[in-house]
Design a protein around this ligand. Sequence first.
Ligand SMILES: [Zn+2]
Length: 213
Amino acid sequence: MGSSQAPTGATPGRLAGGTPRAALADLLSGNRRFVSGQPIHGHDVTAAAATASGDQQPYAVVLGCIDSRVPLEAIFDQTFGAICVIRTGGHVLDRAVRGSIEYVVGQLGVPLVMVLGHERCGAVGATVDALRAGERPGGSLAHLVDEIAPAVLEVGLDDPAVLALAVRRHVRRTVDALRVDDLLAGPIGAGRVAVVGGLYDLATGEVALIDPA
Ligand SMILES: [Zn+2]
């Protein structure tokens, strides 16, 4: 987005134009500002900025990992009220996550869902380790491993690049799962909503699309 336009995120829904394509362009332009070291919101993490946001008017929902190195509002240079954020280990889906996305899309009219994986993901790494050891972890951690395992197995444990490839495969699988979600499939089919996958590079801060809509 050029400098002649209003700052991204000031009135996010209107600026995004309500289309998936415009929302994606807005989100990626925020990442470019972050990467270039010229954020327009990064310096403005204040109570005043929060108050100024008024009613929320988000234009995208990002589902990412809990990894502390990937703070989603920061890496997309977004202000208060601009994007909805959901984070789980390895961006694994469960009913609460699906319900949250369905709410954001259905009730708030958000046109874009991005699933964002990242290099060297600990959740995917833990799944690789568990599968190699043949030991399923206890507790609810098992749910994460169970959900990520298909991506790892599709790549193959013997592949020397299994972690990097499984991260990408798991993003695609998560995108695919959301595209056939009961309440999302209709709006997606009508072109009102898009689900896309992205990959965050820990070294550069760049987000690359894995599976453009
Ligand atoms: Zn991760």
